[in-house]
Ligand binder design. Structure first.
Ligand code: OOG
Ligand code: MG
Length: 276
C-alpha cells in the first residue's frame, strides 16, 4: 500500500479495510450498498477518513494518480439536499477526469447526479493556515467546473460518516475554461464571491446561484481545506486541483443529454450525456 500522507493505525483496522473494499466494489460495479453505519454503528469520523484513505490507496495500487481535493457540502443548497450539515473533503483521482465538452455514459454508475463547481489549480505549495483573503495568492487559475457525484449508498442516503468514507460521492469531474488567475480577477475589480453561477440542463436553467453561496465565498472552502490538511501535517501542493463544492443542488444525470455550468467571468464547463 502507498499512502498519500502519514501513517495512521486505523488504516490497518480490519473493519476499515473491509469497509473500503465494499465501497470500492460498489463503485466499480455501479451497485449501491447499505450504509456502513447501519452495519457498524460505532464508526466515527476518524474511521471515515481512514476508510476514504484506504479506498483511495486501493485505486492508487491499481495505477490511478492523486490529482487533488474536492470540498463538499459547502453550500446550504447542498446540505439541505442530502440532509448532512457539515463541509467534507474528498480525493480526486486521475481516472475520474472527463475533458470539457466530453461525453459520459450513465451506465455503470449507481445513480449519478451532476452539479456546477468552481475549481482552483494550485500554483505553489501552501504552508500553515492562511486566511481566505490571502490563500488565493497560492492559486494559479480559477476555472468553471462540473462534478458528477454518485453515492455508493442505496437511495443516495447517508450520514456524515458514511459520505466521508465514500470519498464524498466523488465520481467524475470536468474542468472547463478559459478561467482567470486571481490577479486577472482582481484587475477586473470583481470579487470571487460575487460571481454568478448558471447551471443548465438540456438547454433549460436548472439552478442559479452566486459563488457567495459556497461558505462565505469559494476561497473560504480552499482555506478550510488547507486547515484540515495542515492539521495532519499535510498541505495543498503545486498542481493540485481543488473543487470548492457546489453552489446549487445537484441534478440526476440519468436521461439527460447536455449539462453546462457557466461561471461569470470564468467561462463554462460542459458535458454530453449518453445512456451507454
Ligand atoms: C456529497 C458530495 C457533496 C458538493 O459539491 O457539495 C459535493 C453528496 O452530495 O453526495 O460534492
Ligand atoms: Mg461537488
Amino acid at each position: 500500500m502507498r499512502w498519500d500522507a502519514g501513517f495512521n493505525p486505523l488504516d490497518v483496522d480490519p473493519i476499515v479495510q473491509e469497509a473500503a473494499q465494499h465501497l470500492d466494489a460498489a463503485r466499480r460495479r455501479g451497485e449501491p450498498m447499505r450504509q456502513l453505519t447501519e452495519r457498524w454503528p460505532h464508526l466515527d469520523l476518524p474511521h471515515a477518513e481512514a476508510i476514504q484513505r484506504v479506498g483511495f490507496a486501493l485505486r492508487q495500487e491499481a495505477g490511478e494518480a492523486f490529482v487533488g481535493w474536492k470540498m463538499g457540502l459547502t453550500s446550504v443548497a447542498k446540505m439541505q439536499q442530502v440532509g448532512v450539515h457539515a463541509p467534507i473533503r474528498g480525493r480526486l483521482g486521475s481516472e475520474t477526469a472527463v475533458p470539457d465538452e466530453g461525453s459520459l455514459a450513465t451506465a455503470g454508475f449507481c445513480h449519478p447526479r451532476v452539479e456546477p463547481e468552481i475549481a482552483f489549480v494550485i500554483g505553489r505549495d501552501v504552508e500553515g493556515t492562511p486566511a481566505a483573503a490571502t490563500i488565493l495568492d497560492a492559486v494559479d487559475l480559477i476555472l468553471p467546473a462540473l462534478e458528477v457525484i454518485d453515492s455508493r449508498y442505496q437511495n443516495f442516503r447517508f450520514t456524515l460518516v458514511d459520505v466521508i468514507a465514500d470519498n464524498t460521492s466523488a465520481a467524475r469531474y470536468v474542468l472547463g475554461g478559459p478561467g482567470l488567475s486571481p490577479a486577472e480577477l482582481r484587475a477586473r475589480g470583481v470579487r470571487l464571491a460575487d460571481l454568478g453561477v448558471v447551471f443548465e440542463v438540456d438547454g433549460a436553467i436548472a439552478h442559479t446561484a452566486s459563488a457567495a453561496a459556497i461558505l462565505e465565498g469559494p476561497e473560504h472552502a480552499l482555506a478550510a481545506l488547507q486547515r484540515s490538511l495542515a492539521a495532519e501535517g499535510n498541505g495543498l501542493r503545486r498542481g493540485d486541483v481543488v473543487l470548492a463544492g457546489a453552489a446549487t443542488a445537484a441534478v440526476p444525470l440519468q436521461g439527460k443529454r447536455y449539462v453546462r455550468a457557466s461561471v461569470e467571468a470564468l467561462g463554462t464547463a460542459s458535458l454530453r450525456v449518453t445512456a451507454q
